[in-house]
Ligand binder design. Sequence first.
Ligand SMILES: [Fe+2]
Length: 336
Amino acid sequence: MLSMTKLKLLIIEDSEDDALILISKLKKNGYEVDYIIVESEKDFKKAFSVKSWDAIIDDYNVPGFSGDHALEIFKATGIDIPFIVISGSMSAEEAVDILKSGAHDYIDKNNLLRLPHVLEREIKEAEVRNENKQYIAKLKETQETLRSALRQTIETIGDIVEKRDTYTSGHQKRVSILALAIAEQLGLGEEQKENILFSSLIHDLGKITVPASILNKPGKLSEIEMKMIKEHPASGYDIIKNNSFMQTIGKIIYQHHERLNGSGYPDGIKGDSIMVEAKIIGVADVVEAMSSHRPYRAALGLQAALKEITSKKGVLYDENAVNACNKVCSSKDFSF
Ligand SMILES: [Fe+2]
């Protein structure tokens, strides 16, 4: 006896007699069948809007509505239920072809013995597939929620940093826009782009450990003051290093002032030792900073900033990042 007794069956069949034989076979095997018989594309499509079905039984040779065509229409619906083909005159090649096209099984019309068993098996398998799909969709939704929560938290941290440093207010957001555009221009993957976005939004986080009087000082900084400012990448890393969701972000922040030739800080690492993400943010950071007003100088403008990074291309700044930055900034649609 089958575990499931109620069955909603959509039957594509031009011979009502054949359909009734099939139904009586299922009834004998413990099914209570709720069915509809269609024999045209129009009625088949309509049947999906009427109710949901447990399975489709398709007579392969319905005149004017072939099994291949019915299968195509069914696949386009995105509904995942068993599609079982029945035929009394199908060649082995045709049977193989329709299975390859996505039908779940093929049964000889003159031997319906397998039908109840095939239906039971395929319905169970479809249930598992649908459960998995729902599970994956739920998982994606949860991941999206987490990502959005992380982004909002990061933006809040970014706002806190910029509240203390009025002159550079908006700096991190603008750097994030440019850095992300460079990453897109370079064709980086989603994960790298997200890390670049998140890191750039809080890349100067460590500046909260620097006194506001130094950050906002209009004149030239003393050696000690400069040293304190230069500690901000390491301080930023220190603040978030214990956050398990922000490990990569912490590393990128730590490296955003490193330069290709080793003249950067905090560690003076060179070339490929510097993460691509940090190289990109380094370029965006310099371009944004030079384009904007600072306590100790007026804005130098975007063109001067691009000239600067281009002249130090391959020496201080990554060549690809500089080229991509020039391309992005010369685009009419871009502003930051
Ligand atoms: Fe910085």
